[in-house]
Design a protein around this ligand. Structure first.
Ligand code: NI
Length: 194
């Protein structure tokens, strides 16, 4: 296993559309998944896509959040084990969207408010070659949309509707639980760092 270098916004690999993996069980994919998990844990990330480690293949790893009402941001003990998906697919279940704060290991020290679909179904192949499918909502759906976007060369600031809400982490306290933050969304204060 190895800790890989994480590409930062500006590196062209992050804008590349990743290629489908012909054989999800191939040894080099197993190695890539293991290295991505080690890299994500080292960086305390919620998730990581292969583009972020300079490999334009359709592979993501992430901590699926525990489906608790207050589950957000920090990876915690209640969360299920890391999920690795190869050639993942996303299906939006309805038009409802919500906004929430996101961060990204490729956009260090920043956070931004991003609109995402509230309910999605996602699927893919696990590294042992088995199909995986799940329907999720809220923060879990947000994490999945953020990670899968990476594989299409999309970073979260490219999804933002108000760049006034792209802020440095050191200034983020201005937006925490203030009585004036009702204009951001309907009480959704999710954060993620992928
Ligand atoms: Ni990210």
């Amino acid at each position: 296993m190895a800790i890989l270098k994480i590409a930062r916004m500006g590196h062209p690999v992050l804008l590349q559309k990743a290629e489908k993996v012909p054989d999800p069980t191939a040894p080099e994919i197993q190695q890539l998944v293991a290295d991505m998990i080690e890299t994500m844990e080292d960086a305390h990330g919620r998730g990581l896509a292969a583009n972020q480690v300079h490999v334009a293949k359709r592979v993501v790893v992430f901590h699926p959040p525990a489906d608790l009402p207050d589950s957000e941001d920090e990876v915690d003990a209640e969360d299920p084990p890391v999920l690795a998906l190869i050639n993942p697919h996303l299906e939006v279940l309805d038009d409802e969207r919500e906004t929430g704060w996101e961060g990204c290991l490729s956009v260090p020290e920043m956070r931004g408010v991003v609109p995402r679909f509230s309910r999605v179904r996602y699927s893919g192949t696990t590294p042992d070659g088995k199909p995986f499918e799940r329907e999720v909502s809220g923060y879990h759906a947000r994490v999945v949309q953020h990670e899968f976007d990476h594989l299409d060369g999309i970073l979260y600031p490219m999804r933002m509707e108000d760049l006034g809400l792209l802020v440095f982490e050191s200034e983020f306290h201005h937006y925490l639980a203030s009585p004036n933050d009702n204009d951001l969304d309907e009480g959704d204060d999710d954060e993620t760092n992928d």
